[in-house]
Design a protein around this ligand. Structure first.
Ligand code: C5P
Length: 229
């Protein structure tokens, strides 16, 4: 089996500040997407990495990554960016990982566990964590409607792993009117089972400035390899 990873990093999102798209924000002096490439290449299974970036950043990303990755232009949506990555997958690849550039510190053990679930026969596999907060639904006025039992709820991380044929079909048949926030949702929409494997508390998603501070601390503490629960 040949395993490749696609890293969608073509968001223009400037919410984090710093005047840079999120994937270009530095962590330990290195852009988030470079950490993401390193994290995936640290897996014993990943043979090639495709980074999807903004058209005006293509040359910069290409020269930063050198031979570590193939670099292509993304699209207007995350879905279009993943599709651009799928379009350049080399023919022998049969397992595809999709990993957000916003998760720079995913441990290699989590990447390996996702790949191993697909190699063991799953059509799709995602890393998950139990939810530690109590969950409630609220109405438009902010009033609590009810409390959601959390024992069957999981928070989903990346990389998400797929048999190539399954992901290509799920993307082709996706409903453009209902954009999905992850790739596994497209597979679920086809009625194909998605397996879970243990994620890691260090594979945090960089969304707010405080997440970057936490990631800097993790990087320096070298806790990025903390085993999953
Ligand atoms: O905005 P959000 O954090 O959900 O984006 C998830 C990932 O998708 C990010 O790594 C972002 O760069 C990527 N993305 C993309 N192309 C877009 C929009 C988002 O590759 N058009």
């Amino acid at each position: 089996m040949t395993v490749a990873a696609i890293i969608p990093a073509a968001g223009r999102g400037l919410r984090l500040g710093g005047g840079l798209p999120k994937a270009f924000r530095p962590l330990g002096g290195v852009p988030l997407f470079v950490h993401a490439v390193r994290a995936l290449r640290a897996s014993q299974y990943v043979e090639s990495v495709i980074v999807v970036t903004l058209p005006d950043r293509l040359a910069e990303v290409g020269s930063l990554l050198g031979p570590a990755a193939t670099v292509v232009c993304g699209g207007e949506s995350r879905h279009a960016s993943v599709a651009a990555g799928l379009a350049v997958l080399p023919p022998p690849v049969d397992v595809v990982l999709i990993h957000d550039a916003a998760r720079p510190l995913v441990p290699p053990g989590v990447v390996d566990a996702v790949v191993e679930a697909v190699l063991a026969g799953a059509s799709a596999a995602v890393p998950v964590l139990p939810v530690v907060d109590t969950l409630k639904t609220v109405d438009g006025a902010g009033r609590v409607v009810r409390t959601i039992p959390r024992d069957t709820i999981r928070a989903v991380q990346t990389p998400q792993g797929f048999r190539r044929s399954v992901l290509v079909r799920a993307h082709a048949e996706a409903d453009p009117a209902a954009p999905a926030t992850d790739d596994a949702a497209l597979v679920e929409a086809l009625g194909i089972p998605v397996m879970t494997v243990p994620g890691s508390p260090t594979a945090i998603k960089i969304t707010y400035s405080v997440d970057l501070l936490l990631a800097e601390a993790l990087l320096h503490a070298d806790l990025a390899a903390e085993p999953a629960e």
